[in-house]
Design a protein around this ligand. Structure first.
Ligand code: B12
Length: 209
């Protein structure tokens, strides 16, 4: 569980399966490597080996039954129309945007993500997150801004086109595709939560369309 959002009037709440606007959502996702062993076990089953978009498929296989059991509506980050997972996440947890576009947390940095959300027609108990200083504001070196070999990480935002072009070059194939995004790897926050090598490679392969 990655946090709870209770919607107030004026919010654009997601629509539940019964057609009503949700009163609350529970966000679900990973911190660091937390989901990886379970995902790898699932992928090791012969029937799942050739699944398309395996991490999204696994997320649905795990979260779908939980939604049924609790009478909730399940939302998934990869399903169009895209739900505003990052806006929800910033309300539910102590997160702010980093220059990479990924939300940064004071403890686990850039090493976390979302696998789904459960929507409910009633409000849920939710503690407001304790807000700390934004780690990027107090980071004087900002290695993420200089670490990308093609300068795809700018203060104005992440540029996907030069990144993807580079990932297809010999250099991209031997560094970013193997070690993970070099700019993300250079972030000094939450390094102990950094994804394991196969997890980094999996996400780079997903980005390299
Ligand atoms: C489209 C998309 C992308 C596009 C961005 C295109 C664009 N310029 O908008 C591309 C393909 C570039 C991308 C890349 C990545 N993404 Co992305 N992406 C999404 C997706 C599916 C939709 C975003 C959206 O438009 N939402 C709809 C609007 C209404 O929601 P929102 O909350 O208001 O939108 C916010 C985002 O759009 C964000 N934003 C704008 N531009 C960009 C660019 C990037 C790179 C990111 C990450 C966010 C971002 O700012 C908005 C305000 O908060 C979300 C999932 C989701 N449903 O949100 C994941 C999501 C934002 N991505 C995520 C991640 C982790 C990545 C990657 C790191 C994955 C990877 N394989 O390496 C890379 C980043 C690469 C890097 N080196 O940093 C995570 C972020 C988690 C976090 N900690 O914040 C999300 C939430 C998916 C998840 N399952 O957790 N992504």
């Amino acid at each position: 569980m990655r946090g709870v959002v209770n919607f107030v009037s004026g919010d654009k709440a997601p629509i539940l399966n019964d057609g009503q606007a949700a009163a609350s959502i529970v966000l679900l996702g990973n911190i660091g490597r937390s989901i990886w062993p379970a995902f790898e076990r699932w992928r090791g089953v012969p029937a799942n080996k050739d699944a398309q978009n395996p991490l999204d498929t696994w997320s649905k296989a795990v979260i779908g039954p939980v939604a049924l059991e609790f009478g909730a509506t399940a939302y998934f980050p990869s399903d169009p129309p895209w739900q505003p997972f990052q806006q929800w996440a910033m309300r539910a947890d102590d997160l702010r945007p980093s220059p990479l576009g990924i939300l940064i947390h004071p403890e686990y940095g850039l090493w976390h993500g979302y696998r789904g959300a459960l929507g409910f027609g009633h409000f849920l108990p939710a503690a407001l997150p304790v807000r700390h200083a934004h780690p990027c504001d107090t980071c004087s070196d900002k290695p993420c801004l200089s670490g990308c070999p093609v300068a795809a990480v700018l203060t104005s935002g992440f540029q996907i086109a030069p990144c993807r072009t580079h990932l297809k070059t010999a250099e991209g194939k031997t560094n970013c595709m193997i070690a993970g995004c070099l700019a993300r790897n250079l972030c000094p926050v939450g390094t102990e939560y950094r994804y394991q090598p196969e997890q980094l490679r999996f996400h780079m392969a997903a980005l390299n369309l």
